[in-house]
Design a binder for this molecule. Structure first.
Ligand code: BGC
Length: 316
């Protein structure tokens, strides 16, 4: 049994990866205000829960794989820097390993998702693909020649912190104009609220009667109903994400861009305008080297599959 954990800014999901399948899935809440010890304690509780759900016990567990946001020193299992949680040099792997008594391997969450898709999902068809997660932050995972590219000291592929607008919106990393500041679910919610405040007539107010009800779906649902304000938010969102993707395409020219994270649940409503924007803005045409833009076929489970697979690979 391998335990897989996908740690996120609002929740951590866990499961047991057994014979290539996820079983016993469970979830715990996470919060930037919690201490590191509290977060590790809830991850330990999550481990116990998923093993129990899967009908096993901790003795049967070989290892734990965690996908965590931030720059991860994957050799040491340390979260070197995670700006959303203000974590610096957190020995996450060691702390959980001391509780559970098993080896714990840690990689970046988006790297895990890229690995999951490449091994079990949509990425299987491609040797070169880039996965972008659209959640609390924007993460990147790069697969080149069928292998995960982590960069020097596994600090690379921070695609969310590439700048698409100089002096633009502030980002959690301290810079301005990062892709994350426009294409994360957090940014989508911010842009939705800003537009709602400008237009009291917008159908977005029927979907989310209070600003606190706004989520990543609000603008998309309104746009689908033909609401001009909702359409404007979606259009701006697509353009920003499209800018970021065009840069990635010009840099790496992968065969595919795979979208994961909460916002990717919008599926075709997001993909159709995005494909158009990207194909109009990349350097070498689609005719020469076609790029597929698609959603993670494992959906939000891509990170869990990948975290489990990461542990499997590290045990080899
Ligand atoms: C972090 C990345 C992470 C992404 C998604 C970003 O803010 O810098 O390391 O992969 O959020 O969680």
């Amino acid at each position: 049994m391998i335990i897989a954990i996908d740690l996120g800014g609002m929740s951590a999901k866990g499961a047991v990866l057994q014979d290539g399948k996820l079983v016993g899935c469970a979830r715990v809440k996470t919060n930037a205000q919690n201490s590191i010890e509290e977060t590790v304690a809830s991850l330990f509780a999550l481990c116990k829960e998923v093993v129990l759900n899967a009908g096993g016990n901790l003795d049967e567990v070989t290892a734990v794989g965690i996908g965590s946001p931030g720059v991860i020193d994957s050799q040491k299992g340390e979260v070197v820097h995670w700006s959303n949680f203000s974590w610096h040099d957190v020995p996450l792997g060691k702390m959980l390993s001391e509780k559970i008594g098993k080896p714990v391997f840690v990689t970046n969450d988006a790297n895990a998702a890229a690995l999951g898709e490449a091994k079990y999902g949509a990425g299987k068809r491609f040797s070169d693909s880039v996965l972008i997660t659209l959640g609390t932050g924007v993460g990147g995972g790069i697969i080149l020649g069928g292998k995960l590219f982590e960069g020097y000291k596994s600090a690379g592929a921070e695609l969310g912190h590439t700048v698409i607008c100089k002096d633009g919106e502030p980002c959690s990393c301290g810079r301005r104009g990062c892709l994350e500041a426009y294409a994360s679910a957090t940014a989508l919610m911010r842009m939705t609220k800003e537009e709602m405040q400008k237009n009291r007539e917008s159908a977005m107010w029927n979907i989310s009667p209070a600003l606190s009800d706004v989520d990543g779906k609000t603008a998309f649902l309104a746009a689908e109903q033909g609401d001009a304000s909702g359409q404007k938010v979606v259009e701006n969102y697509v353009q920003a994400l499209g800018e970021g993707i065009a840069n990635i395409v010009n840099l790496l020219r992968p065969q595919a861009i795979v979208l994961g994270g909460g916002v990717s649940a919008q599926g075709e409503a997001l993909l159709v305008p995005l494909r158009k924007y990207v194909s109009e803005n990349i350097y070498v045409s689609q005719t020469y080297a076609p790029i597929e833009i698609l959603c993670a076929s494992l959906g939000n489970d891509a990170g869990l599959y990948g975290a489990g697979q990461y542990a499997v690979d590290r045990l080899k």
